[in-house]
Design a binder for this molecule. Structure first.
Ligand code: NAG
Ligand code: NAG
Ligand code: NAG
Ligand code: NAG
Length: 662
């Protein structure tokens, strides 16, 4: 049997010669730690899968793992304060009985000698001798002795566990939904068991130290979580780099490092997520295996051969059965897995009174989780292809990590027989289409609300397209998938779900996921969803919001009316595109209406190459960029790429920005 290649670690060491002729290491990368020769002590060990396990879920232990050679050597006497950058992926998975462990830290120290350091709140860093270190702590306990700000924070520590600066764990991102660019903070729970990534960057010149945190596999968020000016010259001339973690008496968690890279005077090389040992064995399984190993030899020696063989046979059956029940993806890290019982209780046995609606994939029920009182929406998806469902569930693990104020958050999931149940946060104001196509005037949205929702949806789509290591195509952007929270922010739901079709429809039907009127022409022809097909649907969506008409409908004479074409025709006929606006709207700035309508047409251009990328769409909406000059009704009827350039040379920027995307 071929061993899983991702279990092997790729260790890359770059050597440079300094003036004295010594080979000095300046850079390394561990995509998993199998075969590495880290300097370990305490409870630390490298698991079979290549994970650096600092502590297991046992009480009062410490563990350390350091890169074997000191770094920064070459700078002795040359630069007082070198620059460095490092990044690592960690996970903190508490024991079942405990909500958190104590915490862990990335450490730089002149001596990698922490074996005598204390467990518990000391994080394995502090001993009575006193240690010299710079630590980036990932602390999951509010310890008054160390003036901790809360029980879930990241801090910078210098020779002392009282942090010189700290901040609640999370990340910030720029939110362009208002007229001003504002920063939004998204909290992350360190001890969720989710793999998270930390970047530590230090610039020796400005003495600026930045620490950034994100979920795996997000791109590095900006700005950093912590930014601090600190003079590290006293201990950088020769220092070891590594990790420390500890557990307490009652606070027990597995603290693990999955990958790590480091570089002097440059950016740490990016980790390769597909090589990281993200598949982690369940702790219970581990414990059960250990029990078996103890028990098996004793049985065999004390019992007769026949009994032993029978035992083996029974054991094999038992193991096989367990294997069938426990699929691979279920032991991976990810969003919370609910039991069917809990979800049934939360929705009163999926009673019809709790039915919120019926979507393309199944029924959605409102529920309340006990005992937290959290309001949830449970989507029940049944499938004849349970294998396809199992494959799709692997993708849920990624979807469950997406967090953005313009996305409906996926909290967890449950698999029950041939059904998949997805648990989302509940949105109090339901879906946008109810407000757009209503006849009750009291539910009508005014223009500023509509524009705010359009900007929010663009921001959520930008996050899906560009903020993750893997591009997430929504595939079903439409008004009924835009839900409204209590503040009437638009939030995209059902992201990534259209992929279910790839896994679960049988091979004989060629069904394109998506909804009539929002489907790009090339999508119906070739069936391949791309960022440009999402942008097309977004264009149809914003026209729907501005015009208050469905993307496809029938006119008074019973003829099929496609909104995108209708807007173009209105513009051509009257010369004024604003004539297409929802007649029920009263006060709105003409410039904004024109912008949204023209942008809608641009996004829904028949040629994918003529559509702007979503980042550019945001810039148009925020007024940071004017719409390209030279667009006219004719421009939107072009179906040949070469004509785009001829008709409007100024549009070349739009075109290149799309083809240059990922
Ligand atoms: C730290 O972050 C700030 C703000 O984003 C940035 O200006 C600075 O260059 C960063 N410093 C380092 C060392 O990365
Ligand atoms: C940093 O600290 C070292 C040692 O204390 C000192 O010699 C150096 O001048 C300091 N650098 C700056 C820029 O303050
Ligand atoms: C990551 O590793 C995989 C498997 O070895 C390889 O195919 C892929 O090219 C690597 N990606 C990068 C960015 O190096
Ligand atoms: C949206 O929901 C909030 C909270 O439930 C409520 O106060 C508000 O009136 C709702 N807005 C609309 C337009 O229904």
């Amino acid at each position: 049997m071929m061993p899983n290649t991702s279990w092997f670690c790729i260790l890359l060491v770059v050597c440079v010669s300094d003036a004295a002729g010594f080979d000095t290491e300046t850079e390394f990368i561990y995509n998993g730690f199998a075969g590495s020769n880290l300097q370990l002590d305490g409870s630390a060990y490298i698991t079979q899968e290549g994970i650096l396990s600092l502590t297991t879920a046992s009480s009062d232990i410490t563990g350390h793992g350091f890169h074997p050679n000191p770094m920064f050597m070459e700078f002795q006497g040359m630069y007082a304060n070198p620059s460095f950058s490092t990044t690592f992926v960690f996970s903190i998975a508490p024991d079942y009985s405990s909500r958190t462990g104590e915490g862990m830290a990335f450490v730089i120290s002149p001596a990698a000698d922490f074996a005598a350091a204390m467990p518990g709140g000391y994080l394995g860093l502090h001993s009575y001798r006193g240690n010299t270190f710079l630590a980036i702590e990932l602390d999951t306990v509010a310890n008054q002795e160390f003036k901790d700000i809360d029980d879930n924070h990241v801090g910078i520590d210098l020779n002392n566990l009282v942090s010189i600066t700290s901040c609640s764990a999370g990340y910030s991102y720029q939110d362009n939904t208002g007229n001003i660019i504002q920063l939004t903070f998204e909290e992350l729970r360190l001890s969720s068991g989710d793999p998270m990534q930390v970047w530590v960057d230090y610039d020796g010149g400005s003495m600026n130290l930045n620490v950034t945190l994100a979920l795996v596999p997000m791109y590095k968020p900006s700005p950093p979580l912590l930014s601090y000016t600190v003079n590290l010259s006293t201990f950088l001339p020769q220092a070891y780099v590594g990790f420390s973690a500890s557990t307490g008496d009652k606070r027990v968690a597995a603290h693990q490092i999955l990958g790590w890279s480091f570089k002097l005077n440059g950016l740490a090389p990016p980790l390769n997520y597909s090589l990281l040992p993200l598949k982690r064995e369940h702790q219970i399984q581990d414990a059960e295996k250990k029990k078996l190993i103890k028990w098996l030899p004793a049985t065999l020696s004390s019992l007769a051969m026949v009994t032993g063989l029978t035992a083996c046979f029974l054991l094999r059956c038992w193991c096989n059965r367990r294997r069938e029940n426990q699929e691979d993806w279920e032991s991976e890290l990810g969003p919370r897995r609910f039991s069917y019982k809990i979800l049934r209780a939360a929705t009163n046995g999926f009673s019809s009174r709790h039915l919120l609606g019926k979507g393309g994939f199944g029924r959605v029920y409102a529920g309340v989780l006990d005992p937290s009182g959290l309001r949830i929406a449970v989507k029940r998806i049944s499938s004849e292809s349970s294998q396809g469902l199992a494959q799709f569930t692997a993708e849920i693990l990624i979807l469950g990590r997406l967090r953005h104020r313009n996305l409906v958050r996926l909290i967890g999931y449950c698999r029950h027989k041939d059904e998949l149940l997805l648990v989302y946060e509940q949105m109090p104001n339901r879906s946008l289409d109810k407000y757009l196509h209503t006849i009750k005037t009291k539910n009508m949205l005014i223009w500023s609300q509509r524009l705010h929702i359009i900007k929010g949806v663009a921001s959520g789509l930008l996050y899906l397209h560009e903020d993750w290591e893997q591009v997430i195509i929504h595939r079903d952007v439409k008004a009924s998938n835009v839900l409204l929270d209590a503040e009437m922010n638009g939030r995209l739901g059902d992201f990534g779900l259209a992929r279910l079709h790839d896994h679960c429809v049988d091979a004989h039907t060629t069904h394109v996921a998506g909804t009539m009127g929002y489907l790009a022409p090339e999508l119906t022809r070739f069936g391949k969803a791309t960022k440009a097909t999402d942008v097309f649907a977004f264009g149809a969506f914003i026209l729907e919001v501005a015009c208050g008409r469905r993307p496809v409908g029938l006119n008074a004479r019973g003829e099929l009316l496609v909104l995108v074409e209708w807007v173009r025709e209105v513009w051509e006929a009257s010369g004024c595109i604003a004539d297409a606006m929802d007649p029920r709207l009263e006060d709105y700035p003409a410039t904004e209406a024109e912008l949204v309508l023209k942008l809608g047409l641009l996004c829904s251009h028949p040629l994918p190459a003529a559509r702007p990328g979503i980042r550019l769409v945001m810039q148009y909406l925020d007024g940071d960029m004017p719409l390209p000059a030279g667009i006219s009704p004719d421009y939107f009827a072009i179906t040949d790429v070469d004509d785009v350039f001829e008709m409007a040379p100024s549009l070349a920027t739009t075109v290149t920005s799309l083809s240059g995307g990922r």
